[in-house]
Design a protein around this ligand. Structure first.
Ligand code: MTE
Ligand code: MO
Length: 305
């Protein structure tokens, strides 16, 4: 099968008008000021105008399912789709532990029983600089948490990906410390935008996208969205997370999308939509500031990147 890379996708969706509007909205919004010098409030205002101007065309299903990071299946963007074809997502269990009143190892069907998945079209911004617009299907994490009843000591929640080197060739190499772990502060986890995703484009999730169950936190960089989750742990202390362990100066615990805080090796001010040719400005909190900025009031987002 031919795995398509982003530069192979037709760029015909781009219109000159689109570029013109984006640029005009951006200049009007930032008034030519350097992004780096802007306080968060100004960035939010600029992002709001841009979000209105942006057309946010859906990224084709083909791209959403063939251009991924899932290092358990290899480090090339085409590896997850190519190497996960026989990955077994049934039977599947989700173990719930830590500061929670209903700890148990749940069979997948019991874990999701009674929840109705919702469809949400989210911008999806990878820390490497590419982005997509994806119609995810998922269960708001807040409903799952409410059913599991964390104790009053639970301040954080940790998500662990399956450890199965037999099925996952990447886990037979020292690419990252396995298994992959991600985490959120409890208020971030409870935010209505945060989803436990079970499908995409109205279809069940494919393994490369993290079947059967993965996290999606649309105002954070893509790496916060741990895939193929088998363990959920509630804790009092901030969990150690995979990319933060691997390269703490490059990947923080928060990983909020922020055009004014550069990655040490590249700028985060712009992004390229997979399938498009020209870059576009990255929005503060990926454009979701109205819904999440209050979670970070008083925090220095340069320090807590
Ligand atoms: N277990 C696991 N989850 C992971 C990753 C990974 O390597 N392993 N990569 C992350 C990164 S860096 C990104 S950008 C997204 C990409 O996949 P998606 O397009 O399906 O969200 O998955 C995230 N979740
Ligand atoms: Mo990523």
């Amino acid at each position: 099968m031919l795995i398509r890379h982003p530069d192979d996708f037709p760029s015909r969706q781009i219109t000159d008008e689109r570029l013109f509007q984006d640029r005009r909205a951006f200049l009007a919004a930032v008034g030519g000021a350097a992004l780096v010098a802007m306080p968060v409030e100004n960035l939010l205002a600029a992002s709001r105008k841009l979000a209105r101007a942006a057309q946010d065309k859906l990224t084709p299903y083909e791209a959403v399912t063939t251009y991924n990071n899932f290092y358990e299946f290899g480090t090339d963007k085409s590896d997850p789709a190519a190497n996960s074809k026989d990955f077994r997502t049934r039977p599947w269990t989700v173990q719930v532990e830590g500061e929670v009143k209903k700890p148990a190892t749940y069979a997948y069907d019991d874990f999701v029983r009674g929840f109705t998945p919702v469809e949400r079209v989210y911008r999806h911004r990878c820390v490497e600089g590419w982005s997509m617009v994806v119609p995810w299907m998922g269960i708001p994490l807040a409903s799952v948490i409410a059913r599991l009843e964390p104790t009053s000591r639970a301040k954080f929640i940790e998500f662990t990906t399956i450890l199965d080197p037999k099925q996952m060739p990447g886990q037979r190499a020292n690419i990252l410390p396995w298994p992959y772990v991600e985490g959120l502060r409890m208020d971030e986890a409870m935010n209505p935008l945060t989803l436990l995703v079970t499908g995409v484009y109205g279809k069940p999730l494919l393994p490369q996208n993290g079947a059967p169950l993965r996290l999606v936190v649309p105002w954070k960089y893509g790496f916060k969205g741990g895939k193929s989750i088998v363990n959920i742990r509630f804790s009092e202390a901030q969990p150690r997370t995979t990319w933060n362990i691997a390269a703490p100066n490059e990947y923080g615990f928060y990983a909020n999308v922020n055009p004014s805080v550069d990655h040490p090796r590249w700028s985060q001010a712009k992004e390229r939509r997979v399938g498009e040719f020209f870059k576009q400005p990255t929005l503060m909190f990926n454009g979701y500031g109205d819904q999440v900025a209050s979670l970070y009031t008083g925090m220095d987002l340069r320090k807590h990147f």
